[in-house]
Design a protein around this ligand. Structure first.
Ligand code: C5P
Length: 446
């Protein structure tokens, strides 16, 4: 397959970043987030006390600052002169600063050069506002995403909400309109639809649909066959799995089901296709692979970020879809990543108790599962795993290892009157109660 250059432009809130990141992931391309570069220069200017009106100073700063975008365990890191500024550049003052310095021609020229260097060799998805018009006008595929201001405002509000910032849709809408006017009205490299671009109105599309539209556009140029036409003999969920995942899934299934008599009860409660969370009790590190084996779909997992410290192990679990999460604090980036996956139609396996309950008793749910589900608007399927406490003892007793699924809790059943946080708390507790009922059913059977 030829490695193309893909540009994705559009106004704030059109879903550019999420789409670009997921398209890059699916095609095995590198993702270049140009907004992060503008933010990085704005941050550095603030650090150095350079006024946003000082064009010469800003241009000189942009020309000599070393900027790096790296991907570590599926997360973007932004480096400015060897300092990790990933979190700092997302502060509101830096967002405002980025919009201001983005009007400066010298800054734009310097950052255009940097983006072109990053894109050398192709196999990249460049996301921004002038990627297809100025930075890479001869890109293989150019995409322009739009959406109504209301739809964009609602999406942005949901993100802000998740980050703990309360703002009305009307205020978010006004802010977006102001940024639109600033980006489209500026003299240098204004936001425009690039010539020959594929325009996608995302107002009524799910992330999965917009990602697929871009991936299809790229494949129509590269000639890579779409997944949907392949292998007919496998169950649809299995057919969709990536090669390494499917291989391990098959080996585990063979060992588990054929040799050990591992049992799955009511697997049909796990929907296919579409984004959903499977929330399971947690007693042993055997739980993730066993629940992953029990669902007939490729799963993504939340895993504590300490597990990624060892490079080899980090690589291994990343290639099996582990998503790093910081359990010590509210990890906005991790939560957003989890929601993006769900919105793009993936299954996320979550252990709501947060950590292993080595006594075998059920613990209390952390609010995370509810926050993710409410934010992404997806159903939660409760699951109860038994037999993994004392794994080796049960390994040789047929039927002792068992995963039992319950009916999905739909996002529509959650009362939002008390606000999102209360709804998320309620949902987490409710799911834990449902896991408790599955446990009672399992005990009643044995
Ligand atoms: O995309 P993001 O919100 O991170 O970008 C921050 C700001 O940088 C935007 O509001 C926009 O004004 C500016 N920007 C730009 N051209 C780009 C990327 C970002 O003007 N290619």
């Amino acid at each position: 397959m030829t490695d193309l250059t893909v540009t994705i432009d559009g106004p704030a809130g059109s879903g550019k970043s999420t789409t670009a990141r997921l398209v890059a992931e699916r095609l095995g391309y590198r993702y270049i987030d140009s907004g992060a570069l503008y933010r990085a220069i704005a941050w550095k200017a603030m650090e150095k006390g350079i006024e946003f009106g000082n064009s010469a100073g800003l241009g000189e700063l942009a020309g000599r600052t070393r900027l790096r975008l790296e991907f570590v365990n599926g997360r973007q890191q932004v480096w400015v002169d060897d300092e990790d500024v990933t979190e700092k550049i997302r502060e509101p003052e830096v967002s405002g600063g980025a919009s201001s310095i983005a009007r400066d021609r010298r800054v734009r020229d310097a950052l255009t050069e940097i983006q072109r260097e990053m894109a050398v060799g192709g196999g990249v998805v460049l996301e921004g506002r002038d990627s297809g018009t100025v930075v890479l006008p001869s890109a293989g595929v150019k995409v322009f995403l739009t959406a109504s201001v209301r739809a964009r405002a609602k999406r942005r509000q949901r993100e802000l909400d998740l980050a703990g910032t309360e703002m009305s849709v009307e205020d978010v809408e006004r802010d977006l309109e102001r940024r639109d006017a600033q980006d489209s009205g500026r003299e240098h490299a204004p936001l425009r639809v690039p010539g020959g671009a594929l325009e996608i109105d995302t107002t009524d599309l799910s992330i999965e649909q917009q990602v697929q539209a871009v991936v299809d556009a790229v494949r129509s140029v590269t000639g890579f066959p779409s997944r949907s036409g392949k292998a007919r003999r496998l169950a649809p969920g299995v057919r969709q799995m990536r090669f390494l995942y499917r291989l391990i899934w098959r080996v585990l299934n063979f060992v588990g089901v054929a040799l050990v008599g591992f049992r799955v009860v009511a697997r049909d409660h796990v929907p296919w296709p579409g984004g959903c969370i499977v929330a399971c009790n947690h007693v042993s590190f055997w739980d993730p692979p066993i629940v992953g084996m029990a669902v007939r779909r490729e799963s993504h997992y939340l895993a504590k970020k300490q597990l990624f410290r060892n490079r080899f192990f980090g690589w291994f679990i990343s290639s099996l879809n582990a998503v790093p999460i910081d359990r010590e604090r509210i990890d906005r980036q991790g939560l957003k990543m989890a929601q993006d996956l769900l919105r793009s139609g993936c299954l996320l396996l979550v252990f709501p108790e947060g950590t292993r309950q080595k006594t075998g008793c059920l613990g209390k749910a952390l609010p995370g599962v509810g926050l993710i589900a409410v934010g992404a608007g997806v159903p939660v399927v409760p699951a109860y795993i038994s037999g993994t406490l004392g794994f080796w003892r049960n390994f040789f007793r047929r039927g002792r290892l068992c995963v039992r699924f319950g009916e999905a809790v739909s996002p529509g059943s959650v009362c939002m009157d008390q606000g999102r946080v209360a709804a998320a708390r309620w949902l987490s507790d409710h799911v834990m109660e449902r896991i408790g009922q599955l446990k009672s059913a399992a005990l009643g059977e044995s």
